[in-house]
Design a protein around this ligand. Structure first.
Ligand code: CTP
Length: 402
């Protein structure tokens, strides 16, 4: 399983909007994600940005209206339309929305859309007055009713200097939406997977806290891999600097107690729980007021937090949910022995063990070196890999159990 954009034919339509230059970034991101991107520019789009720009970032021919009447003649649009797994028009102008809504085919892009049978995704960009105009709104409604998916527009500053609804959604987000849309028929479609990520924060007083070095990267990568496999993903996250993957329902928590409440609330009907979070094992009893120097060096008493996986396991013994439980073990010594004992104690189906003292593994870095231990005694050593690849390997196991 790779990401759902890999080897997909994306027909990227670009129309006459000042945001057309951002479409080059989008084409580049789609290509880097493994998609085969065929760009079709309208005549006015080509005034903002040249076909050569797109050809350079996609490594494929970028088409203009000249190709409609050119050498390959009438087959170009039929070929492009039939080959596409997804048609994405970004940015789409008011003019092209009107053409699509009324089934017109007066340029290469509009005839290609008519010839296609795949999902149509539209990311509008135009001035606020043009977008809110009743004609445009009626066209949006027609297209929506016909199944087109809209990404944006957003509120914000527009090229005219006005502020309002009409701004092109950032390419990174359009990429995420596209990835999400293409993943929905994956092997875990319809299954709910709860993923936890990040390091919990336990307050000492209103200013200070105890936390840990977890960046959340591995957990967020697991959430993305679960989405890629088609699952409905709930991401229960302690604070991180990361952007949640598009399509995940984010539950933001801070403390271990909040994480436990969220995990119990979400896993009652879940297919799998993947606990990648670094949960505090001890917490202070927080002071109501800021601790002051004048009162001397404080002694911070700690108490144990509840073991979240153990609590979920106990409930699972009665209800059967979640069907599968995966834990992580971050160890600085006796990796396999400690991981094995956690696997048994927490009654997990699999534990992902990593040696946090290895340089290419553990906290903050983008790679990880893990060993998977299973309830049936199997052990699988994975090579040093990107956290995204480790996440895919974890999801492969969950798919295999299905
Ligand atoms: N975990 C949990 N609840 C806690 C602490 C940890 O559910 N209060 C989960 C983690 O998310 C992880 C697994 O348990 O998936 C193992 O976490 P770890 O901190 O390595 O294990 P501990 O049970 O805390 O054991 P130890 O302190 O002995 O290392």
């Amino acid at each position: 399983m790779t990401n759902p954009l890999a080897n997909k034919r994306i027909l990227l339509g670009v129309t006459g909007s000042i945001a057309a230059y951002k479409a080059a970034d989008l084409a580049s991101r789609l290509t880097q994600a493994g998609a085969l991107v065929d760009v079709v520019l309208t005549e006015s789009a080509a005034k903002f940005v040249s076909p050569l720009t797109f050809q350079s970032v996609t490594g494929r021919k970028a088409y203009t209206d000249a190709d409609l009447w050119g050498g390959e003649g009438h087959v170009t649009h039929i070929g492009l339309g039939h080959a596409a797994d997804l048609v994405l028009i970004a940015p789409v102008s008011a003019n092209t929305l009107a053409k699509l809504a009324h089934g017109m085919g007066d340029n290469l892009l509009s005839v290609t859309v008519l010839a296609s049978h795949c999902p149509l995704v539209l990311a509008p960009a135009m001035d606020v007055g043009m977008y809110s105009h009743p004609a445009t709104q009626a066209n949006v409604e027609i297209l929506r009713q016909r199944g087109a998916v809209f990404i944006g527009p957003e509120e914000g500053r527009l090229a005219s200097g006005l502020v309002g609804l009409g701004r092109f959604v950032e390419p990174a987000r359009i990429l995420g939406q596209t990835r999400y849309l293409l993943s929905r028929s994956g092997p875990l479609a319809g299954r709910k997977i709860v993923v936890t990520a990040g390091g919990t924060q336990e307050p000492i007083d209103p200013v200070r806290m105890i936390t840990n070095r977890s960046s959340g990267k591995q957990g967020y990568a697991v959430a993305q891999a679960a989405l890629d496999a088609g699952a409905e993903v709930v991401l229960i996250s302690a604070p991180t600097a990361l952007t949640p993957p598009v399509g995940a329902a984010l539950v933001a928590v801070k403390t271990a107690a909040q994480m436990q409440a969220a995990v119990l609330a979400e896993t009652g009907d879940a297919y799998a729980l993947i606990m990648a979070a670094a949960v505090a094992d001890f917490r202070p009893l927080p002071a109501a007021q800021k601790l002051k120097k004048e009162t001397g060096i404080p002694r911070i008493e700690l108490e144990a937090t509840a073991d979240i996986l153990a609590a979920v396991s106990a409930r699972k013994a009665e209800t059967g949910f979640p069907k599968f439980m995966v834990g992580f073990a971050a160890e600085s010594q006796d990796l396999l022995k400690n991981a094995q004992s956690k696997l048994e104690r927490k009654r997990l189906d699999m534990i992902v063990a990593n040696d946090i003292l290895a340089e290419d593994a553990g906290f903050e870095v983008d790679t990880n070196r893990v060993v998977l231990l299973f309830a049936d005694g199997r052990i699988q050593k994975l090579p040093v890999q990107e956290k995204s690849e480790i996440a895919e390997a974890i999801l492969q196991q969950i798919i295999a159990w299905g």
